[in-house]
Ligand binder design. Structure first.
Ligand SMILES: Nc1ncnc2c1ncn2[C@@H]1O[C@H](COP(=O)(O)OP(=O)(O)O)[C@@H](O)[C@H]1O
Ligand SMILES: [Mg+2]
Length: 250
């Protein structure tokens, strides 16, 4: 069994999906086999890899509802070594439907142990509901992208409480992979202040690499490409390459 990393922050638009896709791509470039589990009904990670949601036979929803095995829904991408467990908007129903299921917090964990990859990255939805709890229960570690903006810290307390609750109960070995600063604008004084504040709380858990605000990163999903295929010389590509180094050296 490889390492399972949940990419989580209940705020939308902080760089979860961008980080999931490009960390996966960086790991794959180093020869690691990677599975990306799209656990967000918005299915941005699925379309970001160029997968046509409308052409899918089944998705992670079918796995969570118990009708198929995880291995049956995996889709190859145009990158060697990366497979995706795709999502569709159907997944929105799972949040409610899981409530009635026995072991409702461990459904994902039970399926994930059956597939062999060096890394499994879970792109979480922007909530702390049952889907995200399933990700935390299935994960070895949680990676928290934080956008450098004024309200960045708001919500991190609740997020950490949720992580601690899972550690105290269903997944005692869950670790903090790190806090990743995203959309950093070094010319902006506020960016620096937010980073200082986050470091005060998380210390060495803050990744040394900051992800800059970079238009190439924002563009690449619309081509169904990762940053390394879209523009491997961009600042965004260099930054995610460094993040992968940090992850692998832990
Ligand atoms: N470093 C970055 N520089 C510029 N735009 C970014 C960067 N990271 C993410 N974005 C853009 O910001 C938006 C939100 O990012 P996304 O990864 O989808 O966040 P989340 O998954 O947390 O909702 C997207 O339009 C994405 O393309
Ligand atoms: Mg997302």
């Amino acid at each position: 069994m490889g390492k399972v990393i949940a990419v989580l922050n209940q705020k939308g638009g902080v760089g979860k999906t961008t980080s999931t896709i490009n960390i996966a791509a960086g790991l794959a470039k180093k020869g690691r086999s990677v599975l990306v589990v799209d656990l967000d009904p918005q299915a941005n990670a699925t379309s970001g890899f160029g997968i046509d949601k409308n052409a899918l036979q089944s998705s992670i929803y079918s796995v969570l509802s118990g009708s198929v095995q995880l291995s049956q829904i995996l889709v190859a991408t145009n990158i060697d070594n990366i497979h995706v467990a795709p999502a569709t908007t159907e997944l929105a129903a799972a949040e409610q439907e899981l409530v009635a299921v026995a072991n409702r917090e461990s459904v994902l964990k039970q399926t994930i142990t059956s597939v062999p990859y060096d890394y499994i990255l879970i792109d979480c939805p922007p909530s702390l509901g049952l889907l995200s709890i399933n990700a935390l229960v299935a994960a070895d570690s949680v990676l928290i992208p934080v956008q450098t903006e004024f309200f960045a810290l708001e919500g991190l307390g609740l997020l950490m409480q949720t992580v601690q609750r899972v550690q105290a109960g269903l997944n005692p070995s869950l670790k903090l992979e790190g806090v990743l600063m995203t959309m950093v604008d070094t010319r902006n004084v506020l960016s620096g202040q937010v980073i200082d504040e986050v470091k005060k709380h998380f210390g060495d858990y803050v990744f040394k690499t900051y992800i800059p605000r970079n238009v190439r990163l924002a563009e690449s999903p619309s081509f169904g490409k990762t940053i390394f295929e879209h523009d491997k010389w961009s600042k965004g590509a260099k930054a995610y390459k460094q993040v992968v180094k940090e992850i692998e050296s832990r």
